[in-house]
Design a protein around this ligand. Structure first.
Ligand code: SAH
Ligand code: SF4
Ligand code: F3S
Length: 496
């Protein structure tokens, strides 16, 4: 099966360090990953073989990496049932949206798309429209009422039943699958992702935290870790199929192992240690760590294990202890600064990234000033900055969302400007140095250049020579020039 011809991801309102390759556009939050040509070359791919209309699926994905991975697992089960993808909704018997609920804007985008499908459904009553993922879980009670042309509402706990749900929707008109308590068990051996050399591997599902602004514990349920052996086996199969880089996924990935083996302390470092021994696996990342669970064993493992990259996203959300308390983040600035110091001491050259929410309920000028101070002081390599978006049903929805929209916008701009300058300054330190790049593909902005990432997750572009194909290869590049988001260079010996 081909990967989605078009994968659209809601990445947040503003980003300095782009989360996925160059294709993600600052400020727009929409990412189109991979062209049909690129993706046809993926090892898990087969060309469309002319499946009948009822087996043709149009699929769009919104949200974070977990949603992308879930989409990939869904494609796996659909593929086994004979479904194939199409990039034209008018050419599909099934239209699926894997949706996100993290901010209002993310949800509204999907709702307007759902609304637009009514005409198509009226014209073709056999069409099955499915709203899946976190948005579906979050709005389970009103989707069928607001959008009667929708046939499937399925949350992140039941998506592996998708082929049955499609059959059921065809027979009964509408079906909902919203149980979050049953374990989601899967073991994939094929990488159906857009990049043949990179795979996401889930180490846990759900989240046990209770950050007052956040909808994820409601949409994905409580934290459940996968056994170490299951993760290593999956990674081993993926590496055997050509994967060279693995990103481990979890909402609080560094709390991995909780309740896994009573009486024994299993942690993410055990998974990293196992993966580090897989022949052929070059790079390991893990996202997203929570400051509260950052412990010395894990930081030491990062420093000691050669395949684990020197890159750590560690969302802080605010530089003010009072705001953190209202957010129920369960750490203080003192703790956060200590974690940063330990990371810098034990993992030389580590690149740090973070997330901020500006304009959270009651955020004063003085509290915001503490965030500015933290940003200037830590000098993160990258930061995502989000304006607070009230999520109905969360504890913070009971507080007053009292920071005016223009103040949120202003604070967002202030942080973005500072981060842009710092990213540029930190990137400039690479000028004249060589850096090892894992090539991801042709740069979308400049077809004469390869684009990839180095171990610090910085995007690096360099010229394509002749008809070479470097996709998936490790290449040394000498950095000549930088912007706040990209390093530009050439292979040593090829300087112009
Ligand atoms: N589990 C991760 C993050 C998941 S959501 C963690 O705890 O770090 C990704 C980011 O979205 C968060 O870090 C936060 O900055 C942002 N976010 C979450 N809920 C939000 C809301 N209601 N409004 C604005 N931003 C939000
Ligand atoms: Fe949401 Fe907090 Fe869990 Fe992250 S740790 S997913 S922000 S509740
Ligand atoms: Fe969105 Fe769900 Fe991810 S709410 S950010 S898709 S966990």
């Amino acid at each position: 099966m081909r990967w989605l011809p078009v994968v659209k991801t809601e990445n947040g309102e503003s980003s300095i360090q782009e989360r996925s390759s160059e294709g993600s556009r600052i400020g727009e939050g929409l990412l189109t990953e991979g062209s049909c040509d690129e993706l046809a070359a993926s090892p898990g791919s087969e060309m469309i073989g002319g499946a009948p209309l009822d087996r043709r699926v149009y699929f769009e994905v919104f949200g974070c990496q977990m949603n992308k991975l879930d989409a990939e697992l869904m494609l796996g089960v659909l593929n086994e049932d004979g479904y194939e993808l199409t990039d034209d909704p008018r050419d599909a018997g099934v239209i699926l949206y894997n949706t996100c609920a993290i901010r209002e804007q993310a949800e509204n985008r999907v709702f307007s798309k759902l609304g637009n499908l009514k005409g198509l459904k009226d014209a073709r009553p056999d069409l099955v429209i499915g709203m899946l993922g976190c948005g579906a879980q979050n709005h389970q009670h009103d989707i069928f009422r607001r959008y009667p042309h929708v046939g499937i509402v399925c949350g992140p706990g039941e998506f592996l039943r998708l082929p049955q749900l499609i059959d059921q929707a065809r027979e009964e008109g509408q079906v909902a699958a919203l149980d979050l308590d049953k374990p989601v068990r899967f073991a994939r051996t094929k990488n159906l992702g857009p990049r043949p050399h990179h795979a996401f591997v889930s180490v846990m599902r759900g989240c046990d935290m209770a950050c007052t602004y956040c909808v994820v514990p409601t949409t994905r349920g409580g934290e459940v870790s996968r056994p170490v052996s299951e993760i290593i086996e999956e990674a081993d199969a993926l590496v055997a199929s050509g994967v060279k880089e693995i990103t481990l996924l979890g909402q609080t990935v560094n709390s991995y192992g909780k309740r896994l083996a009573p009486g024994r302390r299993i942690g993410l470092q055990h998974v990293l240690c196992g993966l580090n021994q897989l022949d052929g696996l070059e790079r390991i990342h893990f996202i997203t760590s929570h400051p509260r669970f950052m412990n010395r064993e894990l930081v030491e493992a990062m420093g000691d294990l050669d395949r684990v990259c020197e890159y750590l996203p560690l969302p802080v959300q605010s530089g003010s202890d009072d705001v953190l308390r209202r957010m129920l983040r369960s750490y203080t600035m003192k703790h956060y600064r200590k974690v940063i110091d330990d990371c810098r001491q034990l993992v030389p050259g580590i690149a740090l990234a973070t997330d901020f929410i500006v304009g959270f309920c009651g955020e004063t000028e003085a509290e915001f000033a503490e965030t500015v101070k933290l940003l200037e002081e830590v000098r993160f390599n990258g930061a995502y900055i989000f304006k607070y978006s009230e999520r109905p049903g969360t504890p913070a929805a009971e507080f007053a969302d009292d920071v005016p929209e223009e103040v949120k916008r202003e604070r967002n701009q202030v942080l973005l400007e500072i981060q842009r300058r710092i990213s540029q300054e930190l990137n400039s330190e690479s000028i004249g140095q060589e850096t090892e790049v894992l090539v991801e593909g042709v740069s979308k902005k400049d077809k004469t250049r390869w684009s990839g990432r180095n171990r610090k997750h910085q995007i690096v572009v360099f010229p394509i020579q002749g008809d070479e194909n470097l996709v998936g290869q490790l290449v040394n590049v000498k950095v000549r020039d930088v912007t706040s988001v990209v390093l530009v260079g050439e292979r040593p010996g090829e300087e112009s």
